[in-house]
Design a binder for this molecule. Structure first.
Ligand code: IPM
Ligand code: MG
Length: 370
């Protein structure tokens, strides 16, 4: 056994979080056994689970655990029924998720979108538009732009009307560092980077385009193209196979990554990695499915655990450099799909080879394949 122990904070959160996390941790333990790796997994409450347990969406003890961990495996937070009952700045999305992103400087969000051939039917596009398959990496800036820019407030105008203000701000270094992440990722893939902006209208877009172009000069082997965000949204639907790495500021990346996920069959298939500054040996990272808490199906054994399980694979790869272990997780997911197992979100009644299963059975099949 390698002497290193990897310390992982597992924050399941709300809605479907706990049940998909349970399956992901089973997968992680199976990987530990197969590859003789030592994982120290500590679970802690966050989101409404944090509010109920300790009065805060991000309890102090949970934050402390994150600080003492090598990486965070996160579920999802927020419950639309309960969120409006407390002030905006205490709600799980802002007080836990956005706070952790900012607190740990997790500026780079990677969302790999792949449509496996076996799931072609789950893609909303006609087969001829799917080409040889869809394989896109959305690189989203995560700690800047309109999510965090100040001022951010709603003010009373005194005449019974209100005014809401959000501010979009980017500095040169913020754009440079995310651009480097995008170009480096493209180098490991098909060497094409599409940078998304709204340079025809926004000052932010003009600066974004200038800085990305300048950084691109350091990567002459990567083909760089620029696209306005509205056109990008359209091109994703019309010809998704033209994209390799898609580089976006925070909000455009939020929107386009959901659109791209729909191409891959379901949001329940989309994992994500949020990374900060890298050290030579290992990178602190935050790993979460890109979908939400899905309260309508929570606790019913209906949720697709694959996004959470693929987030484990991203953690093994990006934070710990355990590429063989990460490959084993990806392959096990591929095997369960090849066996015809489908949760409701990726199931099609017309696919005779497919069998509809629940969260537990999908998780167990993936564990068995490891
Ligand atoms: C995402 C989510 C979050 C975001 C929400 C839950 C705050 O949509 O990770 O894409 O907007 O970043
Ligand atoms: Mg989103």
């Amino acid at each position: 056994m390698s002497s290193k122990t990897y310390r992982i904070a597992a924050l399941a959160g709300d809605g479907i979080g706990p049940e998909v996390m349970r399956e992901a941790l089973n997968v992680l333990r199976a990987i530990g056994t197969r590859f003789s790796l030592s994982f120290e997994i500590t679970e802690a409450p966050v989101g409404w689970a944090g509010i109920d347990a300790a009065g805060k969406a991000l309890p102090d003890a949970t934050l402390e655990l994150c600080r003492n961990s090598d990486s965070i495996l996160f579920g999802s937070v927020g419950l639309p029924d309960r969120d409006p009952t407390i002030p905006k700045d205490q709600r799980p999305e802002r007080a836990a998720l956005l706070r952790i992103r900012k607190e740990f400087g997790l500026f780079a969000n990677l969302r790999p979108v792949q449509l496996p051939k076996a799931l072609a039917h789950a893609c909303p596009l006609r087969p001829e538009r799917q080409g040889d398959g869809i394989d896109i990496l959305v690189v989203r800036e995560l700690t800047g732009g309109m999510y965090f820019g100040q001022p951010k407030k709603t003010e009373d105008l005194g005449n019974g009307q209100q005014r809401a203000i959000d501010t979009m701000v980017y500095t040169t270094p913020e754009i440079e560092r995310i651009a480097h992440v995008g170009f480096k990722a493209a180098r490991l893939r098909r060497k094409k980077l599409t940078s998304i902006d709204k340079a025809n209208v926004l000052e932010n877009g003009v600066l974004w385009r200038e800085v990305v172009t300048r950084v691109g000069k350091e990567y002459p082997d990567v083909a760089l193209e620029h696209m306005f965000v509205d056109n990008g949204a359209m091109q994703l639907m019309l010809r998704p196979t033209q994209f390799d790495v898609v580089l976006c500021e925070n909000m455009f990346g939020d929107i386009l990554s959901d659109e791209a996920a729909a191409l891959a069959g379901s949001l329940g298939m989309l994992p994500s990695a949020s990374l900060g500054a890298t050290s030579a040996e290992q990178t602190f990272g935050f790993y979460e499915p890109a979908g939400g808490t899905a309260p309508d199906i929570a606790g019913k054994d209906l949720a697709n655990p694959i996004a959470q399980i693929l987030s484990v694979a991203l953690m093994l790869r990006y934070s710990f450099g355990l590429n063989a272990a990460a490959d084993a997780v990806d392959a096990a997911v591929g095997k369960a799909i090849a066996q015809g197992l489908r949760t409701g979100d990726i199931h099609s009644a017309t696919d005779a080879a497919a069998r509809r299963v629940g969260t537990r059975e999908m998780g167990a099949a993936i564990v068995a394949a490891i």
